[in-house]
Ligand binder design. Structure first.
Ligand SMILES: Nc1ncnc2c1ncn2[C@@H]1O[C@H](COP(=O)(O)OP(=O)(O)OP(=O)(O)O)[C@@H](O)[C@H]1O
Ligand SMILES: [Mg+2]
Length: 365
């Protein structure tokens, strides 16, 4: 599995700077974390979670393994990308494969860094990109409809559903609205996601500000925040350049640097967490003397499917999940005391895993 965020934006807005900071920090943060670069522009990043350290300390775990999220540094999109300008189509294909979009917006002034449109206006920039993505969606819908209509005539039931959804998306797009504004029935959710429309992906706006504004934001980032609020999207303020500098420091140096800047934590941590929330993800833990490990699931995942994140066999042969809530584990001081206090529950197949659950799966194979 693993969830993927695509870093998207106009050229020269700071995408690669951000990506480098993200991936470098991840590598530095946890020496025992198997950092891997899948491709030069794809990196796995540890999801910061202080609870994991607390659990590991209580259990005396030798190793701490955070859960991960994948970031993809996608080359800059330009006006006309949907028509194949730049390397348009290639990039659009990269975006299609992601679960969510981190849309980087230039919110810094710097005469030395060229802006493709010759001015700093993040809200207008956001519209340029959104328009390209909408045009690309319309084009792909048109192409797909040709085939689908043929299948519908042939009596294919799935095609009937797909055609209906494609037409709904098209109507929204023609009305100037991204596909994410379409309200989808529960029964249609899966098919809708399979359409992989670019503008149906959730968006996190990343305001890339100058150094001095990294704690407070600036006039540009405030406009973005307002736009995001109107769209029901999320936004974070970050200075990619500083984050990149911080990512090269040792942990204690980084902490000092942050407090001097008036920041409580690295902007990257906020960004990763915001992405996690955007995707409605949750974490459960497995804790023992060997390792304390965090695992990512979608909100609402049931115990067998949560077990399946560790291994397919866990899901297939699932018997039950011994469960201790995070707070109980911590307050009572570990697994054994929690068990003695009657706080270890045996949960079956219907159990919906909760964020922070400490789980132990029993299965047969
Ligand atoms: N917050 C910031 N303040 C000032 N300069 C910045 C900031 N963030 C990035 N830069 C600078 O902006 C320039 C462009 O950054 P970067 O290469 O990361 O852009 P990009 O979005 O990846 O561009 P492309 O689409 O061409 O790949 C670099 O010189 C970088 O140092
Ligand atoms: Mg780049």
């Amino acid at each position: 599995m693993g969830f993927k965020m695509g870093i998207v934006g106009l050229p020269n807005v700071g995408k690669s700077t951000l990506f480098n900071a993200l991936t470098r920090t991840a590598a530095a943060q946890a020496a025992n974390f198997p950092f891997c670069t899948i491709e030069p522009n794809v990196g796995e990043v540890a999801v910061p979670d202080a609870r994991l350290d607390t659990l590991a300390e209580i259990a005396g775990s030798k190793q701490i393994i955070p859960t991960r999220m994948t970031f993809v540094d996608i080359a800059g999109l330009v006006k006309g990308a949907s028509k194949g300008e730049g390397l348009g189509n290639q990039f659009l294909a990269n975006i299609r494969e992601t679960d969510a979009i981190a849309h980087v917006l230039r919110c810094f002034e710097d005469g030395d860094v060229t802006h493709v449109e010759g001015r700093v206006d993040p809200v207008a920039d956001a519209e340029v990109i959104e328009t390209e993505l909408m045009l690309a969606d319309m084009e792909s819908i048109e192409k797909r409809l040709v085939n689908i209509v043929r299948k519908v005539r042939g009596g294919d039931k799935e095609a009937v559903q797909q055609e209906r959804l494609l037409r709904t998306a098209m109507a929204a797009l023609e009305d100037g609205k991204p596909a994410r504004t379409v309200e989808v029935d529960e029964d249609d959710k899966k098919a809708w996601k399979m359409l992989q429309l670019l503008t149906s992906k959730p968006i996190l706006y990343v305001c890339n500000v100058d150094e001095a504004s990294s704690a407070t934001g600036n006039e540009f980032s405030k406009k973005v925040a307002q736009m995001a609020a109107e769209q029901g999207a999320a936004s974070v303020v970050i200075s990619a350049q500083i984050e990149e500098e911080i990512s090269q420091l040792e942990a204690d140096e980084a902490e000092m640097f942050l407090s001097e800047m008036g920041l409580e934590e690295a902007g990257l941590d906020r960004l990763i967490r915001a992405g996690y929330e955007l995707l409605h993800l949750e974490t459960y833990f497995t804790v023992g003397p060997k390792e304390a490990r965090a695992w990512t699931i979608k909100q609402g995942t049931r115990a067998p499917q949560a077990a399946g994140v560790i291994h397919g066999d866990f899901e297939k042969g699932f018997i039950r999940a011994e469960t201790i809530a995070y707070d109980d584990f911590v307050t009572l001081g570990g697994e054994q005391p929690a068990k003695e206090a009657g706080k270890m529950r045996a949960e079956g197949k219907a159990y919906t895993v909760k964020d922070g659950d400490v789980l132990h799966f029993l299965f047969n194979n």
